[in-house]
Design a protein around this ligand. Structure first.
Ligand code: CAO
Length: 553
């Protein structure tokens, strides 16, 4: 039986490209043209196919190795007649894909009417039509020569098409999903002097695309549940390369981010720069962990949860709703998707218990109304929520474990009191934070809360406005309802839900008296807090709300 050595074919100007994936293993039977490994530069990734068929005896490269034309990558044992079935054109696929990445072309004609340079898809080898999967720039962006403009993708390679010259993007002529081929006009570039420089054939010249082109998504929050990006580990099927462009993969490698743990929100589950940024923010904020981190976490630590499969649950029901009546599909706002993923994680990972109670706020409400009357001209309206924040700070000081966070086997006791409050906005639920609420008066808190709630509704909250909460209040008091189960904002350990107060007959020992009663619902993490402590917390909170002088005791 003869052996066949498979070498890296002519890959043009690519030098020292990294092996990022092994697609076969010793013992596998491979067919001619079957892909053996994937290599990647910072502008293109491509699969290297086998030039012959046979049984793989040995792989001569491993992930992380760098290869060049001629590098021995595998040894095949020619099977019965299989060796003879040599691929008709051994280097065809990589060569043509390399050509695509090379983009060495005079792709810069001057548009006659505007003087702008027309950027066209250069020679992309044997590719007939490739899909635009990413727009790396937008009109108005200044681009450097060689900077990637768009990413295109076939089933074997993805590559960035760089600008042949520096200038300003006047117009993009393609959109996501468009199919392009050699000669397709992709952009008009102004200020490039009308003469496009021929881009260097060496694709490794440019920095990762996202560093230049993708503006960071405004962080909806920092470490509150609504802020945390969804994290569903194990998104890419085992052994399969995550779907991402070369620049995203390079950025992920440099940041040490496991791409296969990031759910891709792009077409066909492709990982976008926003996905990468959200994941890295969450890891930095400690709100999520990579699988490696989770594996190191001690038992009892809040590890990241998988989906239903990880919990051994049935798959989500798939229903053809249209069979039963007319339907309409709507995209969900980004904030809603983010908060959904966080609420889900918190609900699944935290053993919640909710205690319901009532506080007599008859006197407090009278005081609030009188205060607002006195301060009519100040423009600041004192709401019940501002008093609740002060009352909660007092209760958190008396029961400090409610102001803590779990960190593995340890409890982090916080000696600061930052209170988050849920705000209902057109984009979804946001949780701005009143920092150092212990040091602020009710008037100052009311003013700040009004400003933060306004910013939340306008979508103008800065990430810092939503970070650092030690306890959260979710008030539905202005809307209605009696009691509900608020979901704890990890990594906090408790949250207070408040509903609409109403006048009720309350027995005072001698008679029923009309009292204004405020329904309270305290959810707490049973890993940290016991039921008795929760009952005491609620009782104390009720006492303070009934008579704030108790804070002085
Ligand atoms: N009982 C009775 N009335 C109440 C009340 C309570 N507990 N809390 C507030 N109110 C009254 C206020 O006094 C005000 O009445 P007036 O207009 O007559 O003065 C009215 O309800 C509206 O109050 P508000 O909503 O403007 O102010 P707030 O401080 O209570 O709340 C904010 C501010 C931002 C928390 C609120 O607007 C909001 O977004 N609430 C929803 C939070 C939410 O969605 N939570 C659920 C999270 S879980 O999905």
């Amino acid at each position: 039986m003869s052996t066949i050595e498979i070498n890296v074919p002519d890959i043009g100007d690519f030098k020292d490209v990294a092996v990022i994936e092994l697609l076969v293993k010793p013992g596998d039977t491979v067919k001619p043209e079957q892909s053996l490994i994937t290599v990647e530069s910072d502008k293109a990734s491509m699969e290297i196919p086998s030039s012959a068929g046979g049984v793989l005896k040995e792989l001569k490269v491993k992930v992380g190795d760098t290869v060049n034309q001629g590098t021995l990558i595998a040894v095949l044992e020619a099977g019965s007649g299989e060796a003879a079935a040599a691929a008709p054109a051994p280097e065809k696929t990589p060569k043509s894909e390399q050509k695509a990445a090379e983009v060495s072309t005079g792709a810069g004609d001057v548009a006659p009417e505007s003087g702008a340079t027309e950027i066209k898809v250069p020679d992309i080898g044997d590719f007939d039509e490739v899909a635009v999967i990413e727009l790396l720039v937008k009109p108005g962006d200044a681009v450097k020569a060689e900077q990637g403009l768009i990413t295109v993708e076939s089933d074997k390679a993805s590559m960035e098409i760089p600008s042949p010259a520096a200038g300003t993007v006047q117009e993009l002529k393609v959109k996501l999903g468009d199919k392009v081929r050699q000669g397709t006009l992709i952009a008009l570039l102004a200020g490039s002097g009308g003469g496009a420089a021929k881009p260097a054939a060496q694709p490794a010249a440019a920095a990762p695309a996202e560093a230049k082109s993708a503006s960071p998504a405004p962080a909806p929050a920092g470490d509150t549940p609504t802020a945390m990006p969804p994290h569903e580990p194990g998104t890419a099927a085992a052994g399969k390369l995550p779907h991402a462009s070369p620049s995203i993969r390079k950025a992920a490698r440099e940041l040490g981010i496991p791409l296969d743990e990031i759910p891709g929100s792009g077409p066909k589950g492709r990982i976008t720069i926003e996905d990468l940024q959200q994941f890295s923010r969450a890891v930095m904020a400690g709100a999520t962990a990579t699988r490696a981190q989770a594996a190191k976490a001690p038992v009892g630590a809040a590890a990241t949860g998988g989906g239903g499969e990880a919990l051994g649950l049935l798959p989500w029901p798939k229903v053809d709703f249209a069979k039963f009546g007319e339907i309409e599909r709507k995209d969900r706002p980004r904030i809603k998707k983010i908060s959904a993923a966080n609420l889900h994680r918190n609900w699944v990972l935290i053993p919640h218990v909710t205690n319901h109670d009532d506080a007599d706020i008859t006197e407090l409400e009278a005081f609030r109304v009188a205060t607002n009357k006195e301060n009519e001209k100040s423009g600041v309206k004192v709401t019940m929520l501002a008093f609740l924040i002060k009352a909660c700070v007092a209760a958190l000081k008396k029961f400090p474990e409610f102001n803590s966070s779990l960190d593995g086997e340890q409890l982090v006791m916080k000696h600061y009191w930052h209170i988050g409050f849920a705000a209902d906005t057109p984009q979804g639920l946001m949780v701005p934070v009143i920092k150092n609420a212990d040091q602020k008066g009710v008037l100052a808190i009311s003013k700040e809360m009004g400003e933060l709630a306004g910013k939340a509704r306008e979508g103008k909250l800065a990430p810092g406005d939503m970070q650092g909460a030690t306890f959260t209040i979710s008030s539905l008091g202005g809307i209605g309802g009696r009691y509900f189960t608020p979901i704890i904002n990890a990594p906090e350990v408790a949250i207070l839900g408040v509903c609409k107060s109403q006048t009720e007959p309350v027995w005072d020992g001698k008679q029923f008296a009309p009292r204004l009663m405020l329904p309270l619902s305290l959810s707490w993490d049973h890993r940290v807090i016991d039921g008795a402590a929760a009952a005491r917390f609620n009782a104390y909170l009720g006492q303070i709300l009934a008579d704030f002088r108790r804070v002085l005791l």
